[in-house]
Design a protein around this ligand. Structure first.
Ligand SMILES: O=C(O)CCC(=O)C(=O)O
Ligand SMILES: [Fe+2]
Length: 358
């Protein structure tokens, strides 16, 4: 890999933090959690925890079937406008692959800490590896989560030293899953473009090489689950993200109309959420959505998020085809500057994209 490529992919730095899985294992039911994890804002309206809503469902088979496509694409457009979040069914990714990847992920996180630490982040500026992100000061409150993060596409940007060799099928399954998701992503982009009145080729060009990153999140249970947050409120700095719940434990919440609501997904459905890049390109017709993950007292929760971003050279601004003669709602910034701004501060709602609003 050329050095220029490494630098162009530099995302940011993060301070080392304790391993939360080990910390959680060392706590018994009566012990108090360290102060850095206590988050007063976690104690929200209890409705948010109990009132789970099922997200709108988009069916990929219907989307591509000439008989149903128009209707399903219209549903997709409405869902993108009203929710920015949906579950995708009949996505075509083989169940055998998904089950294999789930088993690999569970096995990886269940390994002793020393074995996982072989893959720890090494502050190479890409944030890849086992650790955490977005921690920039010793005082900052921490998320109740460990992450394992790798760049999966373009293939030339993979750094195999972060890819676990055990379980033995893990690498191959990540690779296969990565490829399958690019097919799903290309298909979704095509309909999103058309729904926005943009030629699909414009999106193909913006997302050429189909950059893709994967973040495996491990949220241990916590004896004081009401006091901690698994992942702080944020929107994703992506075109869209595709989330797979590895072990059917719920915990994802979205902020809709100012309220936090818990969402649940059908088994093996993908949860797709639109990110900041799509918000800007669409001039705000579609919005990225704030979400967070919460913790329970009993069960670990594991999720796998695949971020689908634009080409690194993108100048991020609303697409002229979308704006037309209308009002421009966002300024422009290079994608690299946008990512730098994101990774060099703590995760905080939609603060990065807010700065671009005109
Ligand atoms: O685990 C989840 O449900 C959410 C994870 C997430 O939002 C992320 O990794 O960006
Ligand atoms: Fe996210």
């Amino acid at each position: 890999m050329a050095t220029g490529e490494v630098h162009s992919q530099c995302a940011g730095y993060t301070l080392p933090v304790p391993n939360v899985q080990s910390l959680a294992t060392s706590l018994d039911k009566s012990s108090q959690i360290p102060e850095r994890y206590v988050r007063p804002e976690a104690e929200v309206n209890p409705i948010a925890r109990t009132n789970e809503i099922e997200l709108p469902v988009i069916d990929l088979v219907k989307l591509i079937d000439p008989e149903f496509s128009k209707e399903e694409a219209a549903k997709l457009h409405l869902t993108c406008q009203e929710w920015s979040f949906f579950q995708l069914v009949n996505h075509g990714v083989p169940e055998e692959l998904i089950e294999g990847l789930k088993a690999n992920t569970l096995e990886f996180f269940n390994k002793p800490l020393e074995e996982k630490m072989v893959y720890k982040q090494d502050n190479d500026g890409t944030l890849q590896g086992y650790g955490q992100a977005f921690v920039l000061s010793e005082e900052q409150k921490l998320d109740w989560c460990d992450m394992f993060y790798v760049m999966t596409r373009p293939v030339a940007l993979r750094n195999m030293k972060f890819w676990p060799t055990s379980p033995s099928t893990f690498r191959d399954n990540i690779d296969r899953y990565s490829l399958e998701l690019t097919k799903v992503a290309s298909c979704l982009w095509q309909y999103i473009a058309t729904n926005l009145g943009v030629a699909p080729e414009v999106f193909t060009q913006l997302f050429k090489d189909r950059p893709q990153r994967m973040r495996f999140n491990y949220y241990p249970p916590c004896p004081e689950a009401d006091k901690v947050i698994g992942i702080s409120p944020h929107s994703d700095a992506t075109g869209f993200s595709i989330l797979l719940q590895i072990n059917d434990v719920q915990g994802l919440q979205i902020r809709k109309d100012g309220e936090w609501i818990a969402v649940s997904a059908l088994p093996n459905a993908f949860i797709v959420n639109l990110g900041d890049i799509t918000e800007v390109l669409s001039n705000g017709i579609y919005k990225s959505i704030e979400h967070r993950a919460m913790i329970n007292t009993q069960h670990p929760r594991i999720s796998l998020v695949a971020f689908h971003g634009p080409d690194n050279s993108l100048m991020l601004r609303p697409l002229p085809e979308v704006v037309g003669d209308g009002k421009l709602n966002y300024g422009s910034v290079s994608y690299q500057e946008f990512m730098k701004a994101l990774f060099n501060k703590k995760l905080e709602g939609k603060s990065v994209i807010e700065k671009l609003k005109l």
